[in-house]
Design a protein around this ligand. Structure first.
Ligand code: PAF
Length: 287
């Protein structure tokens, strides 16, 4: 496995490859089994897999955890080597953002995502998806993959990336990886490391609420507003600070109606100081 920190090294290596199908998995590091699953999936669709590790300042709000986000390059590389990644690209901030003055990123060109990025996580994290779309577009430009893999845990992010690829004509196949879970049902996330042992046990309640909503939809309930209110209340009573619990249409993330047969239930809530997100897709066969 090769480790590159500069674009020049990465480009020289990629130029030497010939006609190999390149798969790409972008990450912010602090890798867990869910990331490894994405690399394994990428390997099934490509001859060679590049993984980027870059904590992207552009997608963090001023009061968020950019400074404290765990940087664990050595152990990340061990995990990636074990799962068969071919290249790790771990650039410095200055490499990714050449006009960065160490203080402000305002001089940067930014990709403005479409309205599907404005609510849910976009509403509580203004500018987040512009930061994600911008860094992913830059990474696509640098790595030039034929296929890229993103986890479904960040469902709204996945939809923003699909829109990015479609609207900016990237010509990259986007593959969605299923969410990896702890035995309790808790979605694996780099931020789970912030949870205390007791919070880790309690955190499974988020997925349990989504499963309860799924059962309600499958049993025929379509009173979406009341369903989400009930769920928010239940989480609050369990000690969560709820950002949102929403039932939306899959892919487009618009509000569902009586005819909708494919939903995604999305939730974001804070346990202590840790903000967690999760989702659950639900489909019923139309008759
Ligand atoms: O999902 C993530 O880890 C990040 O948002 C991504 C896609 C690597 C962009 O920084």
């Amino acid at each position: 496995m090769q480790l590159f920190h500069t674009l020049r090294e990465l480009r020289t290596f990629l130029a030497s490859l010939g006609h190999q199908r390149v798969g790409f998995v972008p990450t912010m590091g602090n890798l867990h089994a869910g990331h490894c699953q994405l690399v394994t999936l990428a390997k099934q669709h490509a001859d060679l897999v590049v993984v980027s590790i870059f904590v992207n300042p552009l997608q963090f709000g001023a009061s968020e955890d950019f400074g404290s986000y765990p940087r664990t390059l050595a152990s990340d590389c061990d995990k990636l080597q074990a799962v068969g990644a071919d290249v790790v690209f771990a650039p410095a901030v200055e490499e990714m953002y050449p006009d960065f003055d160490g203080q402000s990123l305002h001089q940067q060109m930014v990709i403005q995502p479409p309205p599907l990025a404005d609510d849910l996580c976009g509403a509580s994290r203004p500018g987040h998806f512009a930061g994600v779309a911008t860094v992913v577009a830059k990474l696509f430009h640098m790595v030039q993959p034929q296929v890229a893999v993103f986890g479904k845990k960040d469902y709204q992010q996945l939809m923003v990336i699909r829109a990015l690829v479609r609207q900016l004509n990237f010509g990259i196949d986007i593959i969605a990886g299923e969410t990896a879970r702890e035995p309790s049902g808790l979605a694996m996330s780099s931020r789970n490391g912030y949870l205390s042992d007791a919070e880790k046990i309690q955190a499974a309640q988020l997925q349990q609420q989504l499963q309860a909503l799924k059962q309600a939809l499958l049993s025929g309930r379509r009173d979406y507003v009341a369903l989400c209110d009930e769920s928010r209340l239940a989480l609050k009573q369990q000690g969560w600070q709820v950002d949102y619990v929403e039932i939306r249409r899959q892919q487009v993330l618009t509000l569902p109606d009586d005819q909708t047969r494919d939903w995604v239930i999305l939730a974001a809530a804070k346990l202590g100081n840790t903000r967690l997100i999760d989702n659950c897709e639900v489909n019923v066969c139309s008759d």
